[in-house]
Design a protein around this ligand. Structure first.
Ligand SMILES: [Zn+2]
Length: 270
């Protein structure tokens, strides 16, 4: 190290001595050549700096695109269930019409149309019987369900609990997100387990993942989702998550726990 410093000290005066400013009036030819070389070096340096800036900007742009993609993906995985109210989800539906007075979020509209068209093309008869619901609609559905149960002799408390598992309490329904649809076979519109036997439902259960949808409340998952088996309720989560959820055979709740940090899930929940 010390030796290196000595060498530098010896070398430095020589550099100063050969600098054009230190040799003004002498050796004009070589000076011009040296200046030309310096100019060439500066131009090369400029090009290098510009190229480096371009690379850095491209990297920054790529990160922004990636971040935007992840953000949308995360938005599509928004969790709304009996323990996660929509008010805390930070999701604002952007509604578009899909015909028959129904609306869904624009982020799933095209995928839904393609899925229904392909389902029909395969010889089935799918019908969207419920899509986006306002808070008022959800309140009405919930209240009607509770009243029907009470009319059948069930206590008020029990009726509320059953209705919560079947139509969801207002503020806890995915239908308020605009990312969920109830699709039935037009020839068999009963919203019960018999729906799973229709050709339409069999096709949808087999193929919905290709369009970014999942059967949100599979048989035997009520303990996790808080909702009864619904072989008609499809939820849009994006194609990547839908494929993984299908391969793993899990619910959205389990998928979020598996692939997102605890903090992320807590953020979804609070
Ligand atoms: Zn539904």
């Amino acid at each position: 190290m010390l030796q290196a410093q000595i060498i530098d000290a010896d070398f430095y005066p020589a550099v100063v001595d050969t600098h054009p400013a230190a040799r003004k009036g002498r050796n004009a030819g070589p000076e011009r050549a040296a200046l030309k070389r310096t100019g060439t070096h500066r131009a090369a340096l400029r090009v290098g700096v510009l190229a480096l800036c371009a690379v850095l900007l491209a990297l920054l742009a790529a990160r922004v695109v990636l971040w935007a993609g992840r953000r949308q993906e995360t938005e599509l995985l928004v969790l709304v269930n009996p323990w996660n109210r929509i008010e805390h989800a930070g999701f604002t539906p952007r509604l578009v019409d899909i015909g028959d007075g129904q609306q869904v979020d624009e982020r799933c509209a095209e995928a839904l149309k393609r899925m229904l068209a392909d389902c029909a093309e395969a010889g089935n008869d799918p019908l969207v019987c419920s899509a986006y619901r306002t808070r008022e609609t959800q309140k009405t559905l919930y209240r009607d369900k509770v009243e029907r149960l009470e009319a059948a002799g069930i206590s008020e408390q029990e009726a509320g609990a059953i209705a919560a598992m079947e139509v969801a309490r207002p503020g806890t329904s995915e239908h308020e997100l605009g990312l969920a649809v109830d699709v039935v076979d037009a020839g068999h519109q009963a919203l019960d387990q018999s729906q799973e036997n229709t050709a339409t439902q069999k096709w949808l259960m087999e193929n919905c993942w290709q369009y970014g949808f999942i059967l949100r409340y599979p048989n035997g998952s009520t303990g996790i989702t808080g909702i009864i088996y619904e072989p008609w309720h499809y939820r849009y989560v994006g194609t990547e998550a839908a494929e993984q959820i299908r391969q793993l055979g899990v619910t959205l709740e389990e998928y979020l726990t598996m692939f997102y940090s605890e903090e992320a899930v807590v953020r979804f929940e609070r």
